[in-house]
Design a protein around this ligand. Sequence first.
Ligand code: WQD
Length: 336
Amino acid sequence: MSKTILLTGGAGYIGSHTYVELKSAGYDVVIIDNFSNARPDVIDRLAQITDAPVTWHKGDVLDKAFLAKVFAQHAVDAVIHFAAKKAVGESVEKPLDYFETNCTGFSNILMAMQAAGVFNVVFSSTATVYGEPLSLPYTEDHRIAPVSPYAQSKVTCETLLRQLKDSDPRWNYGVLRYFNPAGAHDSALIGEDPNDIPNNLMPYIAKVATGELPHLNVFGDDYDTPDGTGVRDYIHVVDLARGHVQSVGKLLDDQDTHILNLGTGTGYSVFDMLRSYEKACGTTLPFKIGPRRAGDIDCFYADPASARDYLGFEATRGLDEMCQSSWNWVSRVRNS
Ligand code: WQD
């Protein structure tokens, strides 16, 4: 009998890729999403990729009655919680919105799970919980020092999970701290699909490559890095999705709790990505050097050893594959 996984925010960038990998691993999957940051036609594309109908419900994690109905309708074995706001800059402008969606929304999910007797949850967290690096690479025991309301909301949720487990040992959770997700599915049918001007580097470069934006603004070239531009640990979204399958499988098999970095352990600069994207799209991409972006730091990347040792997780796709898959997505199907 297949286990059933509920994906909150399952129509979004990482959620949709995780859906594909879960189905490939033999799980039954239910998606809930309010489609605030996802296009409805992603459902049809997921059906196309998996060659099977998709079970999904449109609704909000702030709607407790909706959540109760979902759990009454489906015998859920575990939840992977993606539904959250994730823009650092926006969180500084709208801290209350971020608390409501990211913290109250997650609390609603946990309460609905508890009422339904479901105690396995994988939580989508972020490396920005670590704040300014005291040392690199970031290990999971690095000091927690969130700078933005977004990062704070993720720390609040991680803390809630720990306190929940302390209060009731039936709870089992996996916290996955993402580095920088990038790229798209090999089919070019799903990928990152920001509604407006992207905050993140790769989707911005993608819009320069398609001609939707005139040039890339490089936020500073005076950082303490080899070429002066910011260095980050980009991880292919399909590798990231597979990490979620391994995490939820471990929860269901071992009822064990884990907190893990999901990164590659390799840092790439802005110029590294720009050059790789030029190879992918076959043209030179214009850029301008601008001032640093508030809140950015020189460099951060993961120590991926814990996820490797505990889950057997290895990110296998490099920067060129991330850029090529992104270009395939934005240039062929995205604009169809
Ligand atoms: C990467 C590098 C920029 C855009 C953020 C969140 C993090 C996670 C991933 C949610 C930096 C430079 C960027 C541009 C640029 N999100 N850059 N021009 O800031 O490392 O992480 O997204 O979980 O929580 O903090 O990613 O892609 O925004 O920036 O020069 O137009 O690219 O300065 O060095 P970041 P990013």
